[in-house]
Design a binder for this molecule. Sequence first.
Ligand code: ADP
Ligand code: GLC
Length: 473
Amino acid sequence: MTRVLSVASECVPLIKTGGLADVVGALPGALAVHGVDMRVLVPGYRQVIAKLPTQEAVAEFDDLFGGAARVLKAPLGAQVLYVLEAPHLFDRDGGPYMDPQGNDWRDNPERFAALSSVAAMIGADGIEDWHPQILHCHDWQAGFAPLYLRELGAAGRVSTLMTIHNIAFQGMASASRIGALGLPRTGFHQRGYEFWDSVSALKAGLVYADKLSTVSPTYASELMTKDFGMGLDGVLRERQEDMVGILNGIDETLWTPPYKTIAEKAKHKAALRKELGLPADWPGPLCVVISRLTEQKGLDILMQALPALLDRGGQLALLGAGNPGLEEAFQRKAQKHPGVAVRIGYDEDLAHRMMAGGDAILVPSRFEPCGLTQMYGLRYGTLPLVALTGGLADTVINASPAGLAAGCATGLQFHPVSAQALAQAMMRLITLYQDKETWTRMMTNAMASPVSWTHSAAKYAALYESMVKAKQP
Ligand code: ADP
Ligand code: GLC
């Protein structure tokens, strides 16, 4: 058994703001069949502690970044979960990263440095006689772990993998906090964790981890370009030999359509239209969006391109939350246009009903490291219309003339990410939707797409194995 501690700020079913939680929650189960013993370490936010069925303290700290803390062990199905209980850092109202007013917690650098530092201590000393061979660090929140592990003198025995789920979040902190974060001053330079005169937790991970990965092969190469690297492309180019793109999968125990045949989908569409108050007799496709409303997701472009769908009898149902300007713009659109339904908020059950009831799912992202909703769409026969970028490029087979002629298309892709190109893609979507035979074929192809964790779990397992070997004396 390869022993891996997965370190992350979110994990389904305890705490989720996006796809990171889905991935962290699914990996241990997907990897168990490959002989990997993966345990997850997450922060004990108030809402996490409240959900723990049972708990037992397995480690204690008198002073962890300003207060007492414990590691709680909690069973999660067949898995073992470690929760960092540190009330002074995590027992608060609000979300994992922001206060109830939507501002970042001012002590975010310390909060996640604490998580990373406990991960490193577990790496160095083990916990309950369990000694991980690998720390798998997800995003900037776990970025300092490889550096702390070095400081503890354990980096020669324990290997580290830093996975980028989204390079837009870099864990920046003022250099005045170097002492408070317990970082070695000797690392504060361009080839260390310094970034634009500040400290970057993500850069620390990218510099000090043994191996790097991201969540799709296309994003792995995009990240090394100026357009996508967000200032870290140079660091990544230097480490390209250590970098790999491994596509996410989806947890099919959580995301399986409530129907076996395409014909059965119609009743879910009817139910969804009814629930959302959308007219039942419009001829065009019902398109859904389930998304964080941020710049990344390109929904401002969708707003501009929407007439191309609505004027041709198509409908839009959007579930999302985030940018207040976008929330308002979509709500206004829904008030004015009978073909548009908008629900602002976070609703896991509605997300499932929308996936089941929609004809197509729209993902017009400016960048998308992997993207999960297009994969849920494939599984549900809800055809993805996506921007040609990142994981969206790697998971969808475009209904291009070649894709259609070969009979393997599973969705549509457009490029560049502009209102014009999206409008054209939506017109193509409508034409395809009207061609019942082709549409049905595409649905069948989509539902048979290999979106489970099977392939990618094997890739992670092989990567871990090679990392363990590399540390053997
Ligand atoms: P990202 O992680 O960038 O947000 P992904 O596509 O990888 O994008 O994952 C998003 C996840 O969050 C999916 O599981 C999706 O269903 C879910 N999601 C996003 N917004 C909402 C929402 N408003 N309500 C329910 N689920 C949502
Ligand atoms: C990030 C990315 C998304 C990816 C998810 C899980 O939030 O934005 O594309 O699917 O992480 O890896």
